[in-house]
Design a protein around this ligand. Structure first.
Ligand code: BGC
Length: 917
């Protein structure tokens, strides 16, 4: 029946939560956004989003059909799975429970739902396909050249040319389906008949190749043609042939020379199948135009060496080599579910100026991670050199000292044939400025395009306020996060580091999720962290563990638990918790066995890393890499983790562990109080801001001492610090929420809007377009001083969304199934417009505040409810539209507390207003 279509306008969005597939269906046309190819789990989890312009839409039941072909599905012949009508409000993470799926199976599915407002039609069809489930499914052989060539150099600043592989083949029959499976290590670029396949760059996603290796799948059904076809693959170094050779082998992992595994399965309409496999029937060369590619040092391209037509049919590869069968990597093969990187934005430079004869400085106007494309006319052999940096020196020269020994240079040698366009393909740079030498003639800004390279993930949050500084900080945060998503969250994109440090994301991962759909990335990263675990239980400080740093600490390594918690809180996904519970427990046991003494976790590594020096001058010229380990920090984090483990034990069916964690928590809480509390100073330890904040944030301070402690905290900020924070990475993770939740939102606002040192606003005042590694980034020594780090964001982004916008998931019904909307009105903030694409759909919160009036428009997605909190003097002062809320049928429960009206609403759009005076 059409009841729902006319009455509730039901739109359904599907997404398989193990992938990033989405099919949008509006009941009339079907817009295919993406479909996941290559899933290895036997129980893919399916989900959909309901949209409606009606209020109070709750799903009451669903039915899923999965079939092996679209035709079967059209006839409702669900040969894989018919869930039957399931009475359930669940529209997310529903596990496939049908017939066992086989390698490369294609699965077509649709759903219908029953809601409180009626029943939907069947949705349009969505699709997923299975990856290669068994090792034996791989028929191809690893090929490569396990050696360097005369023009290569495998010394410290290694130079290794890219390897080119090609294969021609003929097709005579009609193709029904063709899928290519590829692992090109470290990085590959695949082409078919002269065209690059797909839009990914720097693929596949990086892993610890000793542990696991990701393969990508491409559907080439439409691209193959009858007659002669040619496949071409260029393979670059990435992290496989690591940036520094013969260097600190005990610390830095190297994996070997680049290599390729490729398999194309072609199914013909006559029912036969053919495979094109990497083997010694391919041809290869390392003597192409990419002469060197090295993530730290850059790429060199000699256009004179171009292999014209090499990836198209008919190329004469007579002088190419037969590839070698090379040793296969140790790691197990996994279908990649997190997105590859892509060119996400193109930027036109803002200026270019001549610094000295033949030396130009180009300014992109924005610090980014990515590269520069150039367009040039010149003579054969002209050589253009581009050096990349984040800032300029006072005399206008490029500043590169903070890159340490990363050369960050791109070199292009012209072939001299008219207009030549080039961009690197196996490296990226962290930069705003580029020094250009060797340009034939005089370059202009029109000759360049800045390309922003990051993981291909959707932006899922918007946030604007009446305060321009806050807006700029938010923008800088956005750029900072974007710059540091590289198939893993790295610390920085520019210097000779670029490592996925755990401690930089402990709390940051929650905030980032408000901006970007990063769930697939973090699901991948939590696996990286688990893979870093040693047999004794130790977890690395960096994962994938390219650097073997096992310094044994709580605050960095415990990010393992925090990421699992973020995924649970924000997406409702318990799988990472279930999957890694045993590993988390093992890690905690490892730390307890070695370092727990009478309830105190005695081992820490980094302390409150990068605490700001008391004055900007004090830090001038000094390196910030001193470590001040703190038992108080490690014990507070340890306590937080054993609290989390109680929840995780419940969610993962390990309830029998709970009593022990509870007892342990009591012991730790007591020991913490006994050891660190100083009654005379009404605070903990040395009475530092971070020490006291942690005691409140982790729930370690006894209730009867909490107010007093908050006053100590406030005094430190207001008096000792003249209205500033004094926290490093650790304290900053909790500061904004702790102040706000304890009645000091205005003080948090003060910190957020400061423009003097140390503050985020100070960075903006100094011209930052991203977030700095150090509060004193403009005066500290360059040794450890990146201008594009995100760790100092702490809990600021969480605070923007949860407390200023009022968009927060309830802890009782996670994944935004129930939303807590409680915006804080702080003096000086007149409006906030924010939205967040939750697993159920868009949550919107737009409020304005004048002296005596608060107006608030909200959207609560279908199949969710919200707990709303409106500032008001009394119930009588609140309206929804023109109606008083008292007695309104859409507001289920209404009560007053602390000059706020609380009510529960169902899905839909609402316009609230209240009198403030
Ligand atoms: C990194 C940081 C990291 C830290 C830990 C630094 O070099 O850039 O982000 O967390 O080391 O020691």
């Amino acid at each position: 029946m059409n009841y729902q279509r006319t009455i509730i306008f039901l739109f359904i969005l599907f997404s398989s939560f193990i992938t990033f597939s989405q099919v949008k269906v509006d009941g009339i046309t079907c817009e295919l956004l993406d479909n996941p190819v290559g899933i290895e789990t036997r129980h893919p989890r399916l989900g959909w989003k309901l949209e409606s312009d009606q209020r109070n839409v709750l799903q009451t039941a669903f039915q899923i059909l999965v079939a092996s072909s679209p035709d079967k599905l059209n006839e409702d012949a669900a040969d894989f799975w018919n869930s039957g009508k399931v009475a359930s409000g669940k529209s997310q993470l529903i596990a496939y429970e049908g017939d066992p799926l086989k390698s490369a199976d294609n699965c077509y599915w649709k759903v219908k739902v029953w809601t409180s407002k009626g029943e939907s039609d069947w949705s349009e069809t969505a699709k997923w396909s299975m990856g290669l489930l068994y090792y034996k499914d791989w028929r191809a052989r690893w090929i490569g050249f396990d050696r360097s060539f005369p023009w290569d150099d495998d010394s410290f600043y290694s130079r290794l040319s890219a390897r080119y592989f090609r294969k021609e083949f003929e097709l005579n029959k009609d193709v029904q389906e063709a899928k290519a499976y590829i692992i090109g290590l470290g990085l590959y670029e695949l082409s078919l008949n002269g065209e690059k396949v797909g839009e990914s760059v720097l693929a596949p996603t990086p892993t610890d190749y000793h542990q696991n290796i990701m393969y990508n799948i491409y559907d080439l059904t439409k691209e193959l043609k009858k007659g002669q076809n040619a496949l071409g693959v260029v393979v670059g170094n990435g992290r496989y042939y690591t940036m520094r050779q013969h260097y600190k082998g005990y610390k830095i992992k190297n994996f070997g020379f680049p290599k390729l595994l490729f398999q194309l399965e072609i199914k013909y309409t006559d029912g036969t199948t053919e495979f094109i496999l990497s083997n010694n029937s391919w041809k290869g060369t390392a003597d192409g135009p990419v002469r060197s590619n090295n993530e730290y040092d850059g790429e060199e391209y000699d256009a004179r060496k171009e292999l014209r037509g090499w990836n198209a049919p008919g190329f004469d590869d007579g002088d190419w080599l037969e590839p070698e069968y090379v040793e296969q990597p140790d790691g197990k093969y996994e279908a990649q579910l997190n997105p590859n990187m892509k060119i996400l934005k193109k930027i036109k430079p803002v200026s270019i100026r001549e610094q000295s004869p033949d030396k130009y400085i180009l300014d992109l106007g924005q610090n980014i991670a990515g590269w520069l494309q150039l367009k040039v006319n010149g003579a054969e052999g002209d050589t253009i050199t581009m050096r990349f940096g984040e800032i300029q020196q006072e005399d206008g020269e490029l500043f590169t000292t903070n890159l340490r020994d990363a050369q960050a240079t791109a070199k292009y040698i012209l072939k001299g044939e008219g207009t030549e366009t080039w961009e690197p393909r196996f490296v990226y740079f962290g930069f705003r400025y580029v020094e250009i030498t060797g340009w034939p003639g005089k370059p202009t800004v029109d000759d360049f395009v800045g390309k922003v390279v990051s993981d291909d993930m959707a932006i899922q949050g918007t946030f604007t306020t009446s305060n321009q500084l806050i807006n700029q900080i938010y923008k800088n945060a956005h750029w900072g996060i974007l710059s540091n998503y590289k198939g893993m969250p790295v610390d920085c994109p520019q210097r000779n580091e670029r490592q996925p440090w755990l401690g930089d994301r402990t709390v940051g991962c929650y905030g980032e999720n408000f901006l970007f759909d990063n769930a697939a990335l973090y699901r991948k990263w939590i696996d990286d962290i688990a893979y870093s675990q040693k047999s004794d239980g130790a977890i690395s400080d960096v994962a994938p563990a390219y650097w073997r740093y096992y310094s044994d600490n709580m605050s960095w390594c415990g990010t393992f638990l925090m990421v699992a918690d973020m995924l649970y809180q924000h997406t409702g996904d318990t799988e990472p918790i279930v999957k890694h519970y045993a590993a988390m427990k093992k890690w905690l046991n490892y730390m307890e066995d070695r370092y727990l003494e009478g309830g105190i976790m005695t081992k820490d590594s980094y302390g409150d890393w990068c605490e700001p020096p008391a004055t900007i001058e004090e830090g001038r010229g000094k390196s910030a890499d001193q470590k001040y380990p703190s038992q108080q920090i490690s014990t507070a984090y340890y306590y937080h983790y054993i609290e989390l483990m109680q929840q995780f034990a419940k969610l993962s069916g390990n309830e029998t562990d709970i009593p022990e964690y509870q007892q342990q928590a009591a012991v730790v809480k007591d020991a913490f109080q006994q050891t660190f509390y100083k009654a005379d100073q009404k605070g903990y330890g040395e009475n530092k801001l971070t020490e006291n904040l942690l005691a409140v944030a982790m729930g370690l301070v006894p209730e009867n001492k909490k107010d007093e402690l908050m006053q100590t905290i406030v005094k430190t900020i207001e008096v000792t610090n003249s209205g500033h924070l004094s926290t490093g990475v650790i304290g900053t993770q909790w500061i904004m929420r702790t102040l706000t939740q304890n009645g000091y939102a205005d003080l948090a606002w003060k910190l957020a809007t400061n423009t003097t040192y140390p503050s985020w606003g100070y960075m903006v005042e100094q011209g930052a377009t991203t977030i700095w590694e150090l509060w004193n980034g403009n005066t500290a020594a360059p040794k450890m001083n990146s201008y594009n780090h995100v760790m100092m964001l702490g809990d600021l982004l969480i605070w923007f969304y949860e407390d200023l916008a009022g968009i927060k998931s309830s802890e009782k019904q996670v994944g935004f199934k129930q939303i807590v909307m409680k915006p804080e009105l702080v003096d000086g903030l007149d409006f906030v417009n924010a939205s967040y694409e939750s697993p159920y759909g868009i949550i919107a919160s737009n409020w304005t505040r004048t002296k005596n009036k608060f107006e608030w428009s909200i959207s609560v997605p279908a199949n969710t409810t919200a707990l709303i909190s409106i500032p008001a003097r009394s119930l009588k002062d609140v309206r929804e539209g023109n109606e008083m809320i008292d007695g309104s049928s859409d507001a289920k429960t209404t009560w007053m507390e602390d000059e706020r009206v609380f009510l529960e609403v169902g899905s839909g759009s609402y316009k609230f207003s209240s009198k403030l005076e």
